[in-house]
Design a protein around this ligand. Sequence first.
Ligand code: PMP
Length: 334
Amino acid sequence: MKYANSVVDLIGNTPLIKLNTVAADVAPTIFVKVEYFNPGGSVKDRIAARIVDAAEQSGQLLPGGTIVEPTSGNTGVGLALVAQQRGYKCIFVVPDKVGVDKRNVLEAYGAEVVVTPTAVAPDSPQSYYGVSDRLTREIPGAFKPDQFSNPNGPLSHYESTGPEIWSDTDQRVTHFVAGIGTGGTISGTGRYLKDISAGRASGPVRVIGADPEGSVYSGGTGRPYFVEGVGEDMWPEAYDPTVPDEVIAITDAESFELTRRLAREEGLLVGGSSGMAVAAALKAAKSLGSDDIMVVLLPDSGRGYLGKIFNDEWMKSYGFLSSGDETTAGEVLK
Ligand code: PMP
């Protein structure tokens, strides 16, 4: 019989898929690593199991304990999956810019969700960091994984995402592209690929970060932007700034246009940070050749963004949609 003992056993080993029309105007081969194939629907499943295992081993998480984490949703789903299996309670703190669909998913997994305002300073007691710190102090037996500083986040990518890419490309990957949120994905995966390719005749893998315009990683101050899960207004410990060889700033409009194209042209219904990463890859690809093989990590599914990126009215209300790009045919379909 072929079966998994639990969904947790299905985390990782996500596929690489070649981009076709979206990459038609550039020379390199571009593969996307589609993380919505993880059981919780995002790349964040990978860090959850390792973080919980480590907390149990160190005694930070005891039977019946509560996991409290500031998360834009995806880390919460991953943690909720693992917590369910082991009898922990979960409380997730999310900024109000995070879509209601994402919050509903967390509640469906049995977690409690606390919503905080986006437009406050990161050191404010009302920020999602501030609120999660307070809850962790006040709740007996609470453990805060802190994906922004927990070394098990990048480590899970060093041990799984990186080796999968190296093996699936037959050791031929030349460029790795990923968005930067906590920085765990790019730091862990990028570090592995650089280490393993260091002595290669064709040279080491180049690592390219994708960042929302305005975020600190590409030289901004943290001005608000709409793309979710990426960009920062501070420098987390999970991010190793020596890993990326370059970081490319991408506007919300560019991210959302590519996100919609991936759904329409490649059959990949992915989130806005995926469109952002592909936009950065296409920019970098302009100066590369046909021997180059790029791998772009797509963190999550587009299901959590149907009311935003895939909603023409929402897109128009923020000026992101140029006329002619509407999803619905309107009159014709009546
Ligand atoms: N995209 C989405 C949708 C995310 O939720 C996250 C995690 N915050 C990222 C990208 C970035 O991943 P990382 O935190 O590993 O940098």
